[in-house]
Design a protein around this ligand. Structure first.
Ligand code: ATP
Ligand code: MG
Length: 233
């Protein structure tokens, strides 16, 4: 029996900065996050690596600067964070952390919530989230991170950075192009491949700050929120 086919699908790219931003899982955040996903939507969650991934990338860099292996370790870290998220939603989520989109999309017909971490080196969890959204025919993707939206430059480096309420895929791509070095563990808001894939599908993108987590309920419905929304060209 396929139980969730009639409900709208949404994918959440859950920044590792929220799940494990300090080296320890953020339980207060995870509990709040759980309480906000009580609706009927069919949800795919792709979890990032956070501090855990950065620590392992850094440790491994003492032995080799090879970027592939840095990324490979980071993927494993995202999967540990993702496994924790399956425990948070133990009643409704499939307990498997999927490593491919087809299996995740298939399981989402049976479970309300499916969870993934990263997939392969060189591909970020932002890109994985867009691909999962395509596979699940999700109308929108919500990115939750430790910034409240997309700025015209890194707000941690530039105090005068301004946040976009609305922007286009093209604008986002321009920003991503400037900051996305594709090195493991870099901090940026959304990567270039993710932008291109979202644009090809014209998927709605919502950037919501983990601290404004109540906005998640609004973003889930496609309603206005305090973060950044991308709907057009
Ligand atoms: N134009 C920008 N707008 C917003 N944030 C930016 C921008 N450029 C760089 N950043 C940085 O990106 C950071 C968020 O990305 P980061 O990779 O650290 O978190 P995440 O993606 O939530 O976590 P993870 O990568 O572990 O999944 C912000 O803290 C901010 O400093
Ligand atoms: Mg990131």
């Amino acid at each position: 029996m396929l139980s969730h086919t009639s409900h709208m699908s949404v994918v959440i790219s859950l920044g590792g900065s929220m799940v494990n931003g300090t080296g320890n899982p953020d339980l207060a955040f995870l509990k709040k996050f759980k309480s906000l996903l009580k609706g009927k939507e069919n949800i795919g969650i792709v979890v990032g690596g956070g501090k855990l991934a950065r620590d392992y990338v850094k440790a491994a860099s003492n032995f080799s600067k090879n970027q592939f292996w840095g990324d490979s370790l980071a993927v494993q870290a995202t999967r540990l964070n993702a496994a924790l998220v399956t425990r948070v939603f133990k009643e409704e989520a499939c307990p498997v952390v999927f490593q491919d989109f087809e299996s995740a999309a298939l399981a989402s017909k049976e479970y309300r919530i499916v969870v993934m971490g990263g997939t392969i080196p060189g591909i970020t969890t932002d890109t994985d989230a867009v691909l999962l959204a395509e596979a699940m025919d999700a109308k929108r993707l919500i990115n939750i991170s430790n910034v409240d939206g997309v700025y015209d430059s890194d707000p941690r480096k530039n105090k005068k950075a301004k946040m976009f309420k609305k922007m286009s895929y093209t604008q986002l791509m321009g920003l991503a192009n400037a900051s996305d070095t594709r090195k493991p563990g870099t901090n940026f808001v959304f990567d270039v491949i993710a932008c291109k894939l979202a644009a090809r599908t014209k998927m709605e993108l919502h950037f919501v700050g983990g601290k404004n987590i109540l906005d998640l309920s609004k973003a889930l419905k496609g309603q206005p929120h305090r973060g950044t929304t991308i709907r057009g060209p």
